[in-house]
Design a protein around this ligand. Structure first.
Ligand code: ADP
Length: 600
């Protein structure tokens, strides 16, 4: 034990000698040898002197074994632990924590000192300064001073103080004017400060008090710098406190033996000076000190090597790695899904395009068929219409021939006749032209068209084919452009007019006017066709736009469903309603203005 006063040491030696004499068989008989390695910071002799009472107690308490004390310096003790040439180790708290890291040393008991209430708070550093040195009041005052310490790896003699000094804001390795490691014996450092050869000395707690009580130094000459009050701790300390030395078992030490030794030590009575063994303390605080100062098992933290970083931040690195892996997997998965969906989408778009193309071709065929059907229905009326100009041409030609035969060759009547023939033939040609245009099989083509003109052409065509029908139509001279295929609009209009005429014929009102009205709304044009025909029964009304629904013997039942399809494809609507007076039907359709495509 390192703080035994000489008297105590003498007591221990006497006790050891007494036991040796009383129990010669203990050492003499050949029990299993158990080697206890002890840190001999004061030399081999001091080890035997300080620890023989422990050896004797154990030998006595565990009779089958023979306990042997072996002294080592710190490096030698470390080697002995590595080589498994010892079974137990008694060493400083700092060295023990290093051995715990490197070799799995495991404490079984901690020294309980008389000056501390708890073995866990038993060792600290006292920074000794001259009493009269008024410059030194706080730890920060050590900056720029000449400071003595035992050795860089001395726990109480340097490392403990270094942590507190560093936390006060001073780097012991940088900020002192001089940091001098002067080794053992510690007393020399105290004397050096007393003599003014240094400003301060870092020593173990209680050592100054021991020197004063030994009379080695005058109590008024020195003081402890920035003392901290710790309840129940009898010495002055400049630092926080740490656990005292432990005795530790090693990896290869038999568990049963460790248990026996621990029990025996805990049963050991206190020495006359008050030293005893207590249940092993928690050395985590020592570990924290090493980590903070980056020394001992944490010395690697001073070098920014990959291994150092790995050991320090392996948890975070693992987390980052995991996040990166998850992110990469996620990205690859998203990429794969996106490319797969893009492919699917393209295929679907292509299919949709093909279907639209087929529908368009189909629609165009249907349109053409419907137009031909309309023409077919109008054929006799058209023939009648063409007949008129042809009959007129014949009449004029015959009249002119008669005049020539009678030698009545006045130019004026002949010219009149010729010009009538030209007029009538042009009329016939115009009828044929519009029929041909309407019957053409052309692909639907949307362009900007004047709706009024297109509607007028349809009404003219219809009126030409049905001279007996009356169409009332006063649109006025308003510009009304839509994006559409003019043929399709004509087709719709001819359908509605033809249906209106058929209904009026069925009602016997063929000569009553069919009213075509034109209205302009905010974003669309609305065209309605109102007749005073037979109307529709409610059950027929619900089927009005069904393909192949017809009430006519010669009907196809396609006109309205096709018309509705055409108008809706242009962004408009087509609907019908019975007239308020219950006579006839009004069918209307709307088309978006060119500047509002699809806005109806
Ligand atoms: P179709 O004229 O060949 O019969 P449509 O699709 O044009 O084919 O018309 C379907 C049916 O709707 C007609 O047969 C008729 O019964 C009814 N219909 C259409 N328009 C009118 C109308 N203005 N008045 C009364 N019934 C109508």
């Amino acid at each position: 034990m390192i703080f035994l006063r000489p008297l105590c040491r003498l007591g221990a030696v006497l006790l050891g000698a007494f036991l040796f004499v009383l129990l010669p068989a203990s050492d003499a008989h050949a029990g299993t040898p158990v080697r206890i390695g002890v840190l001999a910071y004061k030399g081999a002799e001091a080890v035997q002197e300080d620890w023989s009472h422990v050896r004797n107690w154990l030998t006595d308490a565990i009779p089958d074994h023979r306990f042997i004390l072996l002294d080592f310096d710190q490096a030698g003790l470390t080697r002995a632990v590595h080589d498994q040439s010892i079974d137990f180790v008694i060493t400083s708290s700092g060295h023990y924590v290093a051995l715990e890291h490197s070799d799995g040393a495991s404490r079984i008991a901690t020294i309980a000192s008389p000056w501390a209430l708890s073995p866990a708070q038993s060792i600290g550093s006292a920074i000794v300064v001259r009493n009269e040195d008024a410059r030194l009041q706080a730890l920060t005052d050590l900056a720029g001073k000449h400071v003595l310490a035992v050795a860089p790896d001395a726990f109480g003699g340097f490392q403990i103080a270094a942590r507190d000094v560093r936390q006060a804001g001073i780097d012991p390795e940088q900020d002192f004017a001089q940091l001098e490691f002067s080794g053992f014996p510690l007393q020399n450092m105290v004397h050096a400060v007393r003599a003014g050869r240094a400003d301060a000395a870092i020593i173990r707690t209680c050592m100054l008090e021991q020197m004063i009580s030994n009379g080695e130094i005058d109590a008024s000459a020195l003081r402890v710098l920035a003392p901290i009050a710790v309840q129940g701790f009898r010495c002055q300390t400049s630092s926080r406190l740490y656990p005292d030395w432990p005795i530790a078992a090693l990896r290869h030490t038999p568990a049963q033996l460790s248990k026996q030794v621990a029990i025996a030590l805990l049963r050991m009575p206190a020495t006359a000076q008050g030293y005893s063994w207590a249940v092993a303390a928690d050395y985590q605080v020592v570990d924290t000190l090493f980590r903070e100062l980056k020394i001992g098992p944490y010395a690697y933290l001073r070098q920014w090597t990959f291994e150092g970083l790995l050991r320090l931040y392996w948890g975070w690195l693992l987390l980052i790695l995991a996040v990166l892996v998850i992110w990469a997997v996620h990205t690859v998965r998203v990429e794969y899904l996106v490319s797969r969906r893009t492919r699917d989408l393209r295929t679907a778009q292509e299919q949709q395009r093909l279907m639209a193309e087929q529908a368009r071709v189909h629609q165009s065929t249907l349109d053409h068929t419907a137009r031909l059907a309309i023409l077919g229905e109008m054929a006799s009326a058209i023939a009648h219409e063409l007949n008129q100009p042809l009959a007129a041409i014949g009449n004029f030609a015959r009249g002119m021939a008669r005049r020539i035969a009678a030698d009545r060759l006045e130019p004026a009547p002949l010219l009149d006749g010729a010009s009538e023939i030209v007029t009538q033939s042009e009329r016939a040609a115009s009828i044929i032209r519009s029929i041909r245009t309407f019957a053409q099989k052309t692909a639907s083509e949307q362009k900007s068209v004047d709706l009024i003109t297109v509607l007028e052409q349809a009404i003219t065509l219809f009126s030409g084919a049905h001279p007996h029908a009356q169409v009332s139509w006063q649109p006025g001279a308003v510009p009304a452009t839509v994006m559409a295929d003019p043929l399709q609009i004509q087709q719709v209009m001819l359908n509605l007019l033809k249906n209106a005429l058929d209904a009026q014929q069925a009602a016997g009102r063929v000569h009553e006017p069919i009213e075509v009205q034109f209205r302009i709304d905010a974003s669309s044009y609305c065209i309605s066709v109102r007749d005073c025909g037979c109307g529709l029964a409610p059950e027929q009304f619900t089927r009005l736009f069904e393909p192949f629904f017809t009430t006519k013997p010669e009907g196809l039942g396609l006109g309205l469903s096709l018309s509705k399809g055409i108008i809706e494809s242009l962004g408009g609507t087509l609907a019908a309603a019975a007239n308020d007076d219950n006579a006839g039907l009004t069918v209307w359709f709307s088309l978006p203005k060119e500047e509002f495509p699809g806005a109806v």
